[in-house]
Each structure stands twice: as C-alpha cells, then as structure tokens.
Write a protein that binds this ligand. Structure first.
Ligand code: HEC
Length: 128
C-alpha cells in the first residue's frame, strides 16, 4: 500500500519540479514512475542489487561496475515481443531453468522480489 502512495508523491513532486524549468522537466521525463521505482530496486543492495553483477552502459548514474553478469543494454531490442518479455521475466524469476549453473539469484522463486517489483525492474530495463 505504501508504493502507490510513493509513486503518487513522486509524480506530484515531478509536477512541481516540471514547472520550475527545462532541466527539471528533462529529469521528470526520464524518471517515469514505473522505471524510477524499478531503477531503485535495481540498485538497492537490500533488493535487486543487480548492479552487484551488471553494468548499465546507457545509465552511468547507476554506478554498476561489475562484469560478473553481462552489461544490460538495448533490452527492448533484445526482447521485443510479448513472448520475449515473458522470457525476460523468467530470467529474473529463475535463470537456473535455462542455466542450472547460473549464479544469478532466483529472485522470483526465492521471493527476493515480488511480481510487481520484477515488473517495475523490467520497466527500468526497457529504458536501457
Ligand atoms: C550474482 C550476480 C548477479 C546478480 C546479483 C544479478 N545477475 Fe543478472 N545475470 C548474471 C549472470 C552471470 C548472467 C549471465 C547468464 C547466466 O548466468 O546464464 C545474468 C544474466 C542476466 C540477464 C540476461 C542478459 C541478456 O542480455 O539477455 C538479465 C536480463 C539479467 N541478468 C537481469 C538481472 C537483474 C534485473 C538483476 C537484479 C534483479 C540481476 N540480473 C542480478 C548475474 C547476476
């Protein structure tokens, strides 16, 4: 219940910021609610901590510096169709179905992230 409220607050803050000037407007456009919370989950070490293994070459502010996993970029091009999106979600839920040796945590299966959190992260991934 906290999250929709947070999203509303963020949107409200954006509305105010957007009236301030062009710079603020740009940051609001970049920070759409779904991708914004997904970005937080992506970087938060108590949540996804995806940056512990993945760089995001097109989002240098996420500060990921690890090469343990492949760099995440052009995700929309890599996973363009609805079927691909299901595949992408399965990667985050539990990659071991595809690669039993994978060290990527099974975020869905082990309830590290909820379905809604995985959706938010996917919205962020699609901006990369
Ligand atoms: C402990 C390291 C680790 C963490 C943490 C991690 N990953 Fe990964 N990830 C990997 C590795 C290694 C691969 C390469 C595939 C394999 O293991 O078979 C991968 C692959 C992927 C892929 C497929 C890459 C492609 O180009 O299609 C995606 C998408 C992905 N990870 C997203 C995430 C997201 C989102 C998170 C956070 C919720 C995350 N990863 C956290 C190690 C990690």
């Amino acid at each position: 219940m906290v999250k929709p409220l947070l999203v509303k607050r963020i949107s409200g803050a954006c509305a105010i910021l957007c009236s301030v000037g062009a710079l603020a407007f740009t940051s609001c456009v970049l920070a759409q609610p779904g991708s914004l919370s997904g970005r937080v989950l992506f970087t938060d070490e108590r949540k996804g901590n995806c940056i512990g293994c993945h760089k995001t070459p097109t989002d240098t502010s996420s500060k990921g510096a690890s090469n343990i996993g492949p760099p995440l970029e052009a995700i929309k091009q890599k996973y363009p169709t609805p079927d691909d999106r299901v595949r992408l979600k399965d990667v985050i839920r539990d990659l071991r179905d595809k690669n039993p040796e994978s060290i990527m945590p099974p975020y869905g299966k082990h309830h590290i992230l909820t379905e809604a959190e995985i959706d938010a992260i996917m919205a962020y991934l699609e901006t990369l």
